[in-house]
Design a protein around this ligand. Structure first.
Ligand code: ADP
Ligand code: MG
Length: 424
């Protein structure tokens, strides 16, 4: 009997984690008001967990029996997903655990991943409830694609995993200082930006990075390279060739299907007819598995950077921002070409000497992704695989996925496709 049961389709079990204090403190009401009915109608069974304190979600996923869980979804801002990803990576069985599909429902004030996922689905921009409905709909559809993670080393030898950003200077300050305006919602970043502009300062430090080598143009039919193209022809990650899989039919379901910019690969976690689970967690991707065990691109923080790295000449910055999703906030389309699994850290920095109006112009242009077209001589954009930042200014803030981390030297490297993300 047990065997028969195991072969039967079983309902897709989703654990939804809600942070009741995120954003304007309405995540739970937003869930019951907008998402619950949708999931019921689509017959998607879920378990709702309301977090009680910071790191509750992290501890919970570190110990959870994930064989009982087909997806982990967070209804909060980006901070709660940061907890979940690090909880998964702290497990003994992290290689398997990090393959659990992750979903996001915007319930915080910083909903960068939700905005990015919505953008990858090629939908026109959406905010607030509209963005929530879009993400709820994607959850019901249950398409899964791969997502890069970035490992981050801090001076205390702590190693963290990040899905969104590493920031120092202006952006990090706004991230943290604007938390006190959380009750106003996503607009807190604009308020924080204006306040910070008034007290604009320069941050001293050293920056170095390993650039992505742009692939030479190869004639058709030539050997595949692993380099992403310099300008993706398709801005959307999730538009191409969704592959809806039926149970256990595809041994290589996690293989990358395409070699060009549309290298998305979708699996479905729900069945379109009855929303029963149709795929099991895939075999661990050998790709991510080997690369995450060690950070092969990073020497010790006390060692000099390798010769192949570029050392930035300037040492006076207004901001340094490494981002690996398209959006830094709902209305900040920061890395226009970025996709969740492009294998690239999009590194931006602004050097000292920029005027307040010019910096404000950059942030205003960012709403439509137009900041690179501003021709601002202080703004530099590079595609990199790894980077190191060594602050010299004795005071400042560094954030990872919007969360403050220890201030000091920090380095990071990309792990392509290490995690899996529910997106449309
Ligand atoms: P927001 O976008 O509003 O900042 P986040 O999801 O980023 O929302 O959450 C903000 C912070 O709250 C994060 O540091 C997260 O770890 C923490 N947190 C999560 N659950 C709780 C809770 N129940 N009570 C207090 N803080 C929490
Ligand atoms: Mg946050």
């Amino acid at each position: 009997e047990g065997v028969v049961y195991a072969e039967m389709r079983r309902p897709c079990r989703i654990m939804i984690l809600v942070n009741p204090h995120s954003g304007r403190g309405q995540a739970l009401q937003l869930f019951t008001g907008h998402v619950q009915g949708m999931l019921t109608e689509a017959a998607v069974p879920y378990t709702l967990v309301i977090t009680e304190h910071q790191n509750h979600a992290r501890e919970l996923v570190r110990k959870a029996d994930l064989s009982q869980c087909d997806a982990l979804v967070i209804m909060s801002g980006d901070g709660l997903l940061f907890e979940v990803i690090n909880g998964l990576m702290e497990r003994e069985d992290w290689q398997e655990a990090i393959q659990t599909p992750l979903g996001i429902l915007p319930g915080g004030s910083g909903n960068a991943l939700a905005a990015s996922v919505h953008h990858y689905s090629q939908s026109p921009p959406a905010w607030n409830e509209e963005l929530l409905l879009s993400c709820g709909f994607m959850l019901c559809k249950g398409l899964v694609s791969s997502m890069d993670l970035v490992s981050i080393h801090l001076a205390s030898r702590q190693r963290l995993f990040s899905f969104l950003s590493l920031a120092w200077g202006f952006v990090a300050d706004v991230d943290i200082e604007s938390e006190k305006y959380r009750h106003v919602g996503a607009i807190r970043f604009l308020m924080g930006t204006l306040v910070r502009l008034a007290s604009l300062r320069v941050y001293q430090g050293r920056l170095a990075y390993l650039p992505v080598k742009e692939a030479p143009k190869l004639p058709k039919g030539s050997i595949k390279t692993n380099q992403p193209p310099s300008t993706p022809q398709h801005p959307s990650l999730c538009s191409s060739l969704p592959c809806r899989l039926i149970p256990n039919t595809s041994p290589n379901r996690n293989a990358r299907h395409n070699q060009n910019s549309t290298n998305s690969n979708h699996n479905t976690i729900t069945n379109s007819s009855n929303n029963a689970i149709t795929t099991k967690r895939p075999e661990t991707q050998s790709d991510g598995k080997t690369r995450a065990q060690e950070d092969s691109l990073l020497p010790g923080l006390d060692q000099p950077v390798p010769e192949s790295w570029t050392v930035v000449k300037e040492e006076d910055f207004v901001l340094v921002l490494a981002i690996y999703q398209s959006h830094l906030a709902e209305d900040l389309w920061t890395a226009p070409g970025a996709m969740a699994d492009d294998g690239v850290i999009h590194l931006f920095y602004v050097t000292a000497g920029i005027s307040r109006p010019a910096l404000l112009r950059l942030f205003l242009a960012m709403e439509k992704g137009g900041h690179l077209a501003c021709d601002c001589p202080h703004l530099v954009y590079e595609k990199v695989k790894a980077l190191r930042l060594e602050p010299v200014s004795p005071q400042g803030m560094i954030t990872v996925d919007g969360e403050m981390v220890e201030y000091g030297p920090v380095q990071a490297q990309i792990h392509p496709g290490l995690a899996r993300l529910i997106c449309g």
